[in-house]
Write a protein that binds this ligand. Sequence first.
Ligand code: PLP
Length: 365
Amino acid sequence: MPDFSTLALPHIAKLHAYTPGLQPTGPGWVKLNTNECPYAPSPHVAEALRREIGDDGASLRLYPNPKSTPLRAAAAKLHDLREENVIIGNGSDDLLNLLIRACCTQDAAAGFTLPSYSLYPVLVEIQDGRSSVIEFDRTMRLPVEKIAGSTARAFFLTSPNAPTGVAFSNAELERVLASFRGLLVVDEAYAPFAQENAVPLLPRYPNLVVVRTLSKAYALAGIRVGYALAHAEVIDLLDRVRDSYNVNRLSQAAALAALGDQAYYGGVIAKVQATRDGGVRELAERRGWFTYPSQANFIFTEPKNARGESGPAVAQAAWNFLYARKVLVRHFPSHALTASFLRLSVGTDGEMGVLRETFDAWLKS
Ligand SMILES: Cc1ncc(COP(=O)(O)O)c(C=O)c1O
C-alpha cells in the first residue's frame, strides 16, 4: 500500500483536524457540550420538510436552487438589507471556509483572537495560509487597538465570543473599523442571545462581514444552514468560491420556514436567556465560582472543588465526574485562559437542575 501521506500536500499531511464536541448516540445523556438549542425548531419546519419531500420524494431528483435565492431574499428582508448583501452557507462553517479560501495565503494572513472559535486556525492550515493571532488576557476585554492595527487580510472576531460568552459592543467594533483595512468578519453565531449585534453597522462599513447560523437560536444544527451579510462586492467574491449547490433542497426549505417564524423563536430565545441568567447567578453568587457575564447560550465558569481550589486539574476532575454520570459539558484544556473553566451549554430548566445536582454531588464526593 502506498504511504498516502506522501501523496498529500505536506501541510495537509501534518494537519491537525478540527475536533468537534462529542455527539453521544446512546440514551440518557444530558447534552450540554455543543451549544445546540434545547427546544424543538418551529413546527413550520417539519411541515415545510414534509411538503418538500411530498408523497414520493420526487422533488429530490432535482438539484436545489444553486444560490438559495428564496433564502437570500428572506434573510435580506429580516435584516432590512438587499438580496445582493446575502450569501447562504452549508452551516456558517461553510461561509468561514469561503472567506479564508477567498482571502488567505502565506502572504495574506487571517487574523483571529485567542481564545475564540477553534475552527479558524484549522481553516487557515488547510489553505496553507498564515495566521495572525491576538491574545486576550483574563479580563476578556477586546484588544481594540491591536486588532485595529492588524495587517491581516481578514480578521475573524467572534461576538459573543466562544467559549467565554463575552460580547463586544458596536462602539468597540467601530473603533476597530475606523482604522482596520482588511475584512472584519464578525462571527455572530450567538448574537440572537445578545443585547446588541453588528448588523446596523453594515451600511456604513463596506469591509464588515456578519456571519450568522441557524444552528443555535433556530434549533437547526442538524440542517446545516448559515448566512453571511456584507457589501454586494464581498458577496460576489464569496459566490465565486462557493460550491455550486452548497445548500441542499431540504435544508433550504427548513431554513426558509424557520426564518419565517420569528414570533416562535422570540419565545425560545427569551427562555434560553432566562435560564442562562439564572445559571450565571447560581454559579457566581451561590457557589462563588468565577463566571464570565454571558450574552450567548452557554456559560463559562471556573469550578471550585470542596477545598475551594480551582485550576486545570479541578476543571478536568469536575468534567470527569459529570461525564461518568452522563452529563456532558465542554473542557478546553489546551489554553491557559480556558483550561480552568468548563463551558456549559444552556439546556432546559430540567437539564440545568440535573447539572446543578451533579455539581453538588461532585462537591460531596
Ligand atoms: C463561534 C461559532 N461560529 C460558527 C459555528 C458553526 O456553526 P454552524 O453550525 O453554522 O457551522 C460555531 C459552532 O459551534 C461557533 O461556535
